[in-house]
Ligand binder design. Structure first.
Ligand SMILES: O=c1ccn([C@H]2C[C@H](O)[C@@H](COP(=O)(O)OP(=O)(O)OP(=O)(O)O)O2)c(=O)[nH]1
Ligand SMILES: [Mg+2]
Length: 153
């Protein structure tokens, strides 16, 4: 288990910390659900997106880690509520408010309720690479083949 600094920005999360702070729902969970810290229900018409605060900030600190924000499967599949940026990437040195771009890609309006769990965050390892400039690559089995070059079956 890794420890990451967390600031509570929304007093409602501070007051109900045990209930509302991000946590793993089960021992095997990969994601921590993030909540919509909106003051009132927010209606997203089909096609609309809104940047929604989660009421928290994190500072990961370690450049060997980052956080990724992903849709919740049920909201995404059943209600069309996904992320406006498709995936959110939280840098290890980011200290600002954690925001979720909520996009209603569905055909019906979706109302985001205050404190509803709208997305999930996964902490993942990162490898920072430096680049060595070359004129030719060493041979590989794939070479330059891509985009279906291995066939479909
Ligand atoms: O869904 C997201 C995506 C990003 N961020 C924050 C954390 C991240 O570290 C920072 C910058 O994100 P990114 O690099 O993806 O956006 P950018 O458009 O390239 O902005 P910048 O120029 O600040 O890097 O914004 C969020 O709060 N939520
Ligand atoms: Mg950037």
């Amino acid at each position: 288990m890794t420890t990451i600094d967390l600031k509570i920005l929304d007093p409602r999360v501070a007051e109900r910390y045990d209930e509302l702070a991000p946590r793993y729902a089960t021992p095997g969970s990969a994601g921590l659900d993030l909540r919509a810290c909106v003051d009132a229900p927010l209606v997203l018409a089909p096609g609309d997106a809104a940047l929604i605060p989660t009421g928290i900030a994190i500072h990961i600190g370690d450049p060997g880690l980052c956080a990724m924000l992903l849709p919740r499967s049920g909201l995404g599949h059943k209600h069309g509520l996904v992320l406006g940026n498709l995936v959110g990437l939280i840098d290890a040195d980011y200290q600002g408010p954690l925001m979720v771009s909520c996009w209603n890609r569905g055909k019906e309006s979706f109302t985001v309720q205050p404190m509803e769990r709208i997305a999930q965050m996964v902490i993942v390892p990162v490898v920072q690479a430096r680049f060595r400039r070359v004129e030719e690559f060493g041979a590989s089995q794939r070479g330059e083949g891509g985009f279906g070059s291995t066939g479909r079956a």
